[in-house]
Design a protein around this ligand. Sequence first.
Ligand code: 0X9
Ligand code: ZN
Length: 308
Amino acid sequence: PIDLEDFNRHGDINTWLTNQAASCTGGVQCTTYDIGNSYEGRTMRVIRIGINSSDQKPAIWVDAGIHAREWISPSTAIYFINQLINNAADATVRQVLERFDWFILPLHNPDGYEYTHTNERLWRKTRTPTDPVWDCYGADPNRNFGYQWGGDGASPEPCSDTYRGDSAFSEPCAQRVRDFVTPRANQFRAFVTMHSYGQWWFTPWGYTANEVPRDYDDQAAVGEVVADAIFAVNGRSYTVGPSSILLYVASGGSDDWSYGSLGIKYSYCPELPDEGFGFEIPREYITPVGRETFEGIKAMANEIWTRE
Ligand code: 0X9
Ligand code: ZN
């Protein structure tokens, strides 16, 4: 079993996903998809949650844990899943389940995540061997996606923490997400990939600061609705805008890919809070951060629904 007020291990999270899916009641339908394995052979498990689910229903994609050390991101995805399944009697939860199917992958990079539990708390990348001479491991999965891959802010050096990988989608985890999301792209109204830290609700582009997307005004307006909803819960302020302008230029991110390659208009890369602890935000914050972010994402869903 997992402890919802603690950070959990990959195997326990996967078992919990299966058990949660089996326990869905009250008209809520849950399905799990094993979308493939990581480099070290760990199963990547997605859960779909909705009311009157179908392959045509508008859907929202949420993934977490693409960067291994950003533990508050998977814990927040787990908070979402628990609320969507076990609090579906709540009118606002029910409404977002009626309007959208929710596809949630709580651990995009399970090899890196497990390594942060067993060996090195601040590991960021995957665990594929990259340089036998220097004994380096891992590519940055958020530099490995195939839109503007290899551009600015992504290192060609295998030992770098922002190594882009040998080629676009060289990392098994990035391939699995690509192969699962691409055929469903028409269903997805939003793509949200959760990171930490800094309290930003990033919009594209990541790869360039020289132009903003054609849809930027809509992307930013929906982002501001999210920020307001988050602020209303615990008073934490988020800043909305392109990561390339607010933080730094970085190419090959999954948010740029979902928008640029798949055309999913509302593509976001939130950076969850740190409370001054950086990546090592303590477990006491799991519930408050989960709660406020869940309010934010419900507000996002409803704002998108209203606009369509
Ligand atoms: O650098 C990243 O991948 C993200 N920041 S983090 O501290 N979590 O590593 C920001 C990514 C923003 N999106 C793109 N650059 N596409
Ligand atoms: Zn990150």
